[in-house]
Design a protein around this ligand. Structure first.
Ligand code: CA
Length: 703
C-alpha cells in the first residue's frame, strides 16, 4: 500500500520522474578503451537523476545501472544507458562488442493483465565530432527480448525471469545476457578520424498491452565486457589529405600530406604521387601506433605559387605493404593557394608615451616590409615618419620595427610590403593611441597648521594613482628652500614610503611641533616630496605660530631691533618707527616716517598680528593719531578672518580719522563661524603717518 502511494505521488509530480543509481566501468582489453579514453553514461529517457555518477575505472570490467521507472495506465516507459568512447586512431573501422545482462521487476500491477517489455540496443556513431550536426548518426536497433508478463492474482506480478534470477541467487553475471556485436557500415567507416566519438546507447522499453496499471517498476541492467575496437582490415586505402580536397587559401609554404589506414609500399606510393602544376619536392614518412597507420609528407623545395589551383593524384600503381593495390585509387584532390596578401593592421594599438615599443604586422611571404607613421594631428598627406625598415620575425609571417613615440594622442600607422614579384601592397591604416605616462598626485589636508608654540599638529597626505601608475613612492620632508623660515620645528612623515596600486590611493601622516625655543609667532613652510624614479610631486604645508586669545605687546612697549618692529607684530610691507609720542608708557608705533617728526611719505604700511581668540564676538579698541600734510588721509585697522585652508572668509574695517591728538576707537567685531584665526592689521594707505597705541581685544560673553 505504501509503495503504491509513493508511486502515485511520483506520478503526480511528473510523467517521467524517477531516480537512478548507476555505475559505469568499461573493460580494458588490448583493443578496448585505451588509456585516456573517455567513458560516460546517462539515461536517455525518462529524465533521471544521475547524480551518482561513477568514475571511470579501467581496473574493473563492468557497467552496472539501476533505474526505478514508474509508469501508470497505458503509458510506456523507457530507460537507457549511454556510454561513449573516443577513438584514438584514424582508422575507418570500428566494432563495438558488449555483453549485456538485464533484469526487470515489478512491484505491483493494477487492473492490467499483461505488459510487453522490449530491450533494444542502439549504436549511435558519429564520425566527425567537430561537425556532429551535419552527419547523420548510425542507428542500429537490436531487439534482444520481447517478453509478455502476466498479472498474478492479488495485484502482484512477477516476470518469470525474476524467478529465474532468484534461483540463480541474483548474481548479475548469471542473468540472461545477449552478446552485442556492431560493425559500422562500409558506407561511413572511412569517414572516421582521429579523436572521433562513438557513443553507444542501450535502451530498455516497456509497453502496457491492455489496461495495465503498474507501479514501482525497476529496470536493472548490467553491461560487461563492453569495448570498442578498431579492426585491422586487409584492405588498404587513403583516409585523408592535407590540404583537403577543394581547400582554398592554402599558404604557399604548405606541405602536402596523405594518410593511409595501414602500412604501404612507400616507393610505389611516391612514384604514384603526381601534382600539377608540377612541383619539385621530397617525401618523408611517419608511422604510429595503434596499429600502424601511415602518413606521407611531400615537402616542396620552393614555395608554391600564389593563387594557383593544384591537382594532386595517387594513381592505381600505389601498393600497400602486401603488394596489393589501394582500394580507393586513383585518388585525386585539388586545392588552391592563397593570393598575395597585404600586410595586416599594426599591433599594439595602445602604447605609452616615451616607452620604446615594438610594432608588429603580419605580412605573409613579403620580401621586405616597412612601417609609415603620422603624428597626432598631422594629416596623412604630410608630416609622416618613415617608412621605418621592419625586420622579419624568423619562423613566422610577422615583421617588427621598434620606435619610441613621444607625443600623446592618436597616431596613424601603415605597413607596406614588397613581394618577390616586384609588387607592393599597403596594409590598413591603424590608429595607435599613445597614452600618458603613469603618474600620481599628492595632496595634503590641512595644508595650514596653526599651532601654539610647543603644540603638535598633523596633516594627512593622500596619494592617488593616475594612468594606472603602480609602485612604491618615497616620501621626503624638508624646509621649502628660499622661504623665510621664522619657526624652529620638529617634524616627520610616517611612513616614509607608500605603495600605490593601479588606480589606488595611499596615505601618510605629516606631524610637526613648534619647538619651545622657537619664536612665538611667525610662519614656516615645509615640503613633502613624493619620489618614484624620475617622477616626483610635492605639497607644501604652512605652519603658523600664534599666541592664544589676546593681542600681545598691545601697548607697543616691547621692541625688536633688527628689524625694528614691535615684538609679536609682523611688518608685512613698509616701515615702522618706535615713536616716543605715546598714549601710554614710553612708546607707540608709527607707520610711515623715519622719526618722530617725519611727516611720512607715500608708503603703504601693513603691520599685523595673528590671534586665535576664544570667542567669536569681541570688542576691538585702540588709540590713534595721524595726518597727511599733502592730501587726504587713509588709514584703518582691519580684522581679517581665515579658515583652516587659510582662505579669507571675511573682514571688518575700522577707518581712522585724521587727528593731531590721540583719539579712541572701539568696535565690536564678530568672526564668521568657519574662521579659525584672526589677523589684526594696521594699514596706512596714503601719504603721511599714523600712530597707534594701546590696542586691545576684550570681552566675550555676555557682550
Ligand atoms: Ca605705549
Amino acid at each position: 500500500m505504501t509503495v503504491l502511494f509513493l508511486a502515485l505521488l511520483i506520478l503526480t509530480l511528473g510523467n517521467h520522474v524517477s531516480s537512478v543509481r548507476a555505475q559505469v566501468v568499461p573493460v580494458t582489453t588490448k583493443y578496448g578503451w585505451p588509456d585516456g579514453a573517455e567513458a560516460s553514461y546517462g539515461f536517455v529517457e525518462p529524465s533521471l537523476d544521475n547524480h551518482h555518477k561513477a568514475s571511470y575505472d579501467p581496473a574493473s570490467c563492468s557497467m552496472y545501472a539501476y533505474a526505478v521507472a514508474p509508469f501508470w495506465g497505458y503509458h510506456w516507459t523507457r530507460a537507457g544507458l549511454v556510454f561513449q568512447h573516443k577513438l584514438h586512431s584514424d582508422s575507418g573501422q570500428v566494432t563495438v562488442k558488449a555483453r549485456v545482462h538485464f533484469m526487470w521487476t515489478t512491484a505491483s500491477f493494477g487492473i492490467a493483465s499483461k505488459v510487453r517489455a522490449s530491450f533494444y540496443m542502439y549504436m549511435l556513431g558519429s564520425y566527425n565530432e567537430l561537425n556532429l550536426d551535419s552527419i547523420p548518426s548510425i542507428v542500429i536497433p537490436i531487439p534482444i527480448l520481447d517478453v509478455i508478463m502476466s498479472m498474478i492474482e492479488g495485484g502482484r506480478a512477477m516476470w518469470e525471469l525474476w524467478k529465474y534470477l532468484q534461483e540463480k541467487g541474483q548474481d548479475p553475471r548469471s542473468w540472461p545476457y545477449v552478446d552485442l556485436y556492431i560493425e559500422i557500415p562500409d558506407t561511413v567507416r572511412t569517414g572516421f578520424k582521429k579523436g572521433n566519438i562513438v557513443p553507444m546507447t542501450i535502451s530498455i522499453t516497456a509497453h502496457a498491452v491492455a489496461g495495465l496499471s503498474m507501479c514501482a517498476t525497476e529496470i536493472v541492467a548490467l553491461i560487461e565486457d563492453a569495448y570498442v575496437t578498431e579492426q585491422v582490415e586487409l584492405n588498404t586505402f587513403i583516409t585523408g589529405t592535407d590540404p583537403e580536397n577543394t581547400e582554398s587559401d592554402v599558404p604557399v609554404d604548405s606541405e602536402v600530406r596523405v594518410w593511409f589506414n595501414r602500412k604501404v609500399d612507400t616507393a610505389s606510393v611516391e612514384k604514384a604521387f603526381q601534382i600539377t602544376p608540377k612541383v619539385v619536392g621530397a617525401f618523408s614518412w611517419d608511422q604510429w601506433d595503434p596499429p600502424a597507420h601511415t602518413r606521407m609528407t611531400f615537402k616542396p623545395s620552393a614555395k608554391l605559387s600564389f593563387k594557383t589551383t593544384y591537382k594532386a593524384t595517387i594513381d592505381k600503381t600505389a601498393k600497400d605493404i602486401d603488394g596489393l593495390p589501394l582500394i580507393n585509387t586513383p585518388y585525386s584532390w585539388e586545392f588552391t593557394t592563397a593570393p598575395i596578401r597585404p600586410p595586416s593592421a599594426v599591433t599594439p594599438t595602445t602604447v605609452q608615451v616615451g616607452v620604446k615599443t615594438t610594432f608588429v604586422v603580419e605580412a605573409p611571404v613579403a620580401r621586405y616590409c616597412g612601417l609609415t607613421m603620422w603624428e597626432p594631428g598631422v594629416p596623412p598627406d604630410g608630416g609622416h615618419i618613415g617608412p621605418l625598415t621592419m625586420q622579419p620575425i624568423i619562423g613566422t609571417d610577422k615583421w617588427q620595427a621598434t620606435d619610441t613615440l613621444n607625443k600623446i594622442g592618436d597616431w596613424h600607422m601603415q605597413a607596406i610590403a614588397w613581394y618577390v614579384d616586384g609588387t607592393s601592397q599597403k596594409g590598413p591604416v591603424t590608429k595607435v593611441t599613445v597614452t600618458p605616462a603613469p603618474d600620481f598626485s599628492m595632496g595634503a589636508s590641512p595644508h595650514l597648521l596653526l599651532l601654539i608654540k610647543g603644540q603638535r599638529g598633523t596633516a594627512t597626505l593622500t596619494l592617488q594613482s593616475i594612468n594606472n601608475f603602480e609602485g612604491t613612492v618615497s616620501l621626503i620632508r624638508y624646509s621649502v628652500p628660499g622661504y623665510p623660515q621664522q619657526l624652529s620645528l620638529t617634524s616627520q612623515v610616517s611612513p616614509t614610503s607608500v605603495t600605490l596600486t593601479k588606480g589606488g590611493t595611499a596615505s601618510a601622516t605629516y606631524s610637526v611641533m613648534i619647538n619651545p625655543a622657537s619664536a612665538d609667532i611667525g610662519t614656516s613652510k615645509e615640503r613633502i616630496e613624493a619620489v618614484y624614479g624620475s617622477v616626483s610631486h610635492y605639497v607644501d604645508i604652512t605652519i603658523e605660530a600664534y599666541i592664544s586669545t589676546v593681542l600681545r605687546n598691545r601697548d607697543f612697549e616691547e621692541w625688536l631691533e633688527v628689524p625694528l618692529v614691535p615684538r609679536y607684530w609682523t611688518l608685512q610691507t613698509g616701515t615702522v618707527h618706535m615713536s616716543r609720542t605715546a598714549h601710554s608708557g614710553r612708546y607707540s608705533v608709527k607707520l610711515g616716517g623715519a622719526t618722530d617728526t617725519e611727516k611720512g611719505w607715500n608708503e603703504r604700511v601693513e603691520l599685523f598680528q595673528i590671534v586665535k581668540p576664544a570667542y567669536q564676538k569681541l570688542s576691538l579698541s585702540f588709540w590713534a593719531l595721524g595726518a597727511n600734510p599733502w592730501g587726504s588721509f587713509g588709514a584703518r585697522v582691519e580684522v581679517l578672518w581665515f579658515d583652516v585652508d587659510r582662505i579669507q572668509v571675511g573682514s571688518s574695517s575700522i577707518p581712522i580719522q585724521e587727528s593731531s591728538s590721540w583719539k579712541y576707537y572701539e568696535s565690536t567685531v564678530t568672526s564668521p563661524p568657519t574662521a579659525v584665526y584672526w589677523k589684526i592689521q594696521i594699514v596706512k594707505a596714503s601719504w603721511g603717518y599714523i600712530l597707534i597705541d594701546d590696542m586691545q581685544l576684550a570681552g566675550g560673553p555676555p557682550i
